[in-house]
Design a protein around this ligand. Structure first.
Ligand SMILES: Nc1ncnc2c1ncn2[C@@H]1O[C@H](COP(=O)(O)OP(=O)(O)O)[C@@H](O)[C@H]1O
Ligand SMILES: [Mg+2]
Length: 156
């Protein structure tokens, strides 16, 4: 399943993230793919808004992992936001405890997920953002697991 949406502004990208965030729940893993400056963090901030995260979400590029408190279906979840840009070897993903984030009480967002691909669950949602600078963005939602199809109806 593939959905493609065009975003003309950072606000539109955040809004799309918010719509997605509103239908996420504990156990979900979202891989955020795209070049530097594509809008992965902006999209993640929108997801945080959709999950009711209070306060600003900043880029975890230097800190690798940030964790926030959010709400899905009125129960509390953890929102775990990772950025694996600085990892150099796949095993480092294991060392930072990537698999601890794939649990039922947490929604996990991963920027630069490529290096950890062998650790990612097959039922993840991938969101690829193409474009940078002032260009419009093409945002492509992809999942192997068909259950995402029902949850992404807001895109069609
Ligand atoms: N349509 C758009 N969607 C997302 N970001 C955009 C868009 N147009 C311009 N931008 C700008 O691109 C930058 C994206 O930065 P960021 O979200 O940190 O990217 P990344 O996390 O992918 O490196 C921001 O400065 C944002 O204002
Ligand atoms: Mg980023």
């Amino acid at each position: 399943m593939d959905y493609e949406v065009t975003s003309l502004t950072v606000e539109q990208t955040r809004e799309l993230g918010k719509r997605l965030g509103e239908c996420l729940r504990g156990g979900d893993v979202v891989a955020l793919i795209g070049d530097l400056g594509a809008g992965k963090t902006a999209f993640a901030q929108g997801i945080g808004e959709g999950l009711g995260v209070a306060g600003p979400m900043t880029s975890p590029t230097f800190t690798l992992i940030h964790e926030y408190k959010g709400y899905a279906d009125e129960s509390q979840i953890r929102l775990i936001h990772m950025d694996l840009y600085r990892l150099r070897h796949p095993e480092e993903a294991e060392i930072i405890g990537i698999e601890d984030a794939f649990v039922d009480d947490a929604v996990c967002l991963i920027e630069w997920p490529e290096i950890a691909k062998d650790y990612l669950p097959d039922d993840r949602l991938s969101v690829e953002i193409q474009g940078s600078g002032d260009m419009p963005r093409e945002i492509i939602f992809r999942a192997l697991d068909s259950s995402w199809k029902q949850r992404l109806t807001f895109l069609s």
